[in-house]
Design a protein around this ligand. Structure first.
Ligand code: ATP
Ligand code: MG
Length: 439
């Protein structure tokens, strides 16, 4: 654990100055589980000014000083140090109206969401656990600290955090907590879309996502109502053993550990119900669903404030996910059209898609690995697949008397011919061809 020494030094600096200090929350949970720790939070009875004084020799950023949080950079790694606090009343289901500093560790732990997130550990490794979080951790139970209705009413994001931990840890939710989470799901509308998006991303990265997303589908549909038509939608196809929604969530779980890919799988078939056609033999078809799904994905991702670059890549993968990938030439064309990175993602997406269909479809997956191999070889050979690699450029076209849009059009036409191996990528030949055929 790379943090070990550093956080110990920070705890001991606070203790030497006469304060109590603990690591707290998610990092204690993850350490007890032996999971990688993403960020270390420290809690102390020192007030913000006192924290700043203790760490005056280091870079200190008063990130949230009103709420008692300062960030200390140790070897440029950030540590959040927060004064024990109790949250005031919540009138909007998202932020406390006020926070009050406290001198009690237990009060600070009581404001935390789940028992497994409400433990603190001191420098000697002693765990402070007034809500029996360690027992819940061992038993695999997600349980609110205190009354679930009250805690979800205070901050509805806790509903999503609970579902996220179910997906990541594979835990079951205590009955009262689960009932309240489902009953109070409409309050998620009060939470900022960015915060919902961040939880959703963590949720889809979980290794128990499929089971979780099936159980809490109403909560997921609160964020993405476009899923509703997919629930229980029978595909009537020999390739599919699951309904559209179950296929989607299983494809997410089958995808590699990559946010972009998993987001693409989450939305890849969302437009299927709209495009469903039953043929005369009673077989279901979804022609055109990839494009429609990409359109819906774009809207969903805009609403959830995903960045535009991320959205574009996700939508590209979705738009092409049901195309067949053919010959070497086709692979070249695809690289030229969507870029090598997106093509590699697309091939992984196709494998994940198959993993959530009937078993026999899996026979196709080694072929996608072969396609990736071919693509890598084409790149290694520096084969011409983009305008940048073409042996002629805009200036050459100007010298031939072309201007404006015609330049781009001619270059694109030449690139297509080079990719299709109808012309070699040689300047003289390309210029001669342009003069003869394209002017
Ligand atoms: P991770 O860092 O792995 O995403 P985490 O549980 O550590 O998960 P953080 O956002 O780092 O999440 O929060 C640190 C701790 O703060 C949590 O473990 C929990 O004790 C508390 N906490 C975070 N968000 C809430 C919330 N909405 N309501 C109550 N307590 C919260
Ligand atoms: Mg954390």
């Amino acid at each position: 654990m790379k943090y070990d020494k550093k956080y110990e030094i920070m705890l001991s600096m606070l203790e030497s100055a006469g304060y109590q200090a603990y690591i707290v929350g998610g990092c204690v949970r993850d350490m007890l589980l032996g999971r990688p720790v993403s960020d270390i939070d420290i809690t102390t009875n020192a007030l913000p000014e006192q924290i700043m004084e203790v760490f005056s020799g280091m870079k200190v950023i008063p990130t949230g000083i009103k709420h008692g949080t300062v960030t200390v950079l140790y070897d440029s790694e950030p540590f959040e140090i927060t004064t024990f606090r109790v949250d005031g009343s919540y009138s909007d289901s998202r932020r406390p109206d006020s926070v009050k500093f406290s001198s009690s560790l237990e009060e600070d732990l009581a404001r935390r969401d789940l028992t497994i997130n409400a433990m603190a550990m001191d420098i000697r490794g002693k765990v402070h656990d007034p809500f029996c979080g360690e027992a819940d951790l061992k038993a695999g139970i997600l349980r609110c600290v205190g009354e679930p209705e009250k805690r979800f009413a205070e901050d509805a994001l806790r509903i999503l955090r609970t579902v996220r931990f179910a997906s990541v840890l594979g835990y079951r939710t205590d009955e009262k907590t689960e009932t309240a989470a489902l009953a109070m799901r409409s309050r998620l509308g009060l939470i900022s879309r960015e915060r919902c998006r961040d939880e959703l991303i963590k949720m889809i990265m979980g290794s128990h996502f499929a089971e979780t997303a099936l159980r809490y589908r109403e909560i997921i549909a609160q964020l993405i109502p476009e899923f509703r038509p997919c629930f229980d939608f029978q595909q009537r196809s020999k390739y599919h053993k699951y309904d559209v929604y179950e296929h989607i969530v299983r494809a997410v779980e089958a995808a590699p550990d990559n946010e972009l890919l998993r987001t693409a799988m989450l939305l890849h078939d969302i437009g299927k119900p709209q495009m469903f056609k039953l043929d005369e033999n009673g077989v279901g078809h979804f022609k055109g669903h990839a494009g429609v799904s990409a359109d819906i994905a774009r809207e969903v991702m805009k609403r959830l404030r995903f960045s535009s670059d991320f959205t574009e890549s996700v939508c590209t993968i979705i738009a092409y996910h049901s195309d067949t990938i053919g010959s070497e030439k086709h692979i070249k064309r695809m690289i030229s059209r969507i870029g090598a990175e997106n093509l590699f993602m697309l091939l992984e997406a196709k494998k994940a898609d198959n993993l959530a269909k009937c078993e026999f479809v899996l026979d196709e997956n080694p072929y996608f690995d072969k396609c990736a191999e071919i693509a890598r070889e084409l790149i290694r050979q520096d084969q011409c697949m983009s305008l940048r690699q073409l042996a002629v450029n805009g200036n050459d076209m100007k010298e031939l008397g072309l201007c404006g849009k015609a330049i781009g059009a001619v270059l694109e036409a030449l690139l297509a011919l080079v990719i299709d191996e109808e012309l070699p990528n040689e300047k003289d030949r390309l210029i001669a061809y342009t003069k003869e055929e394209l002017l």
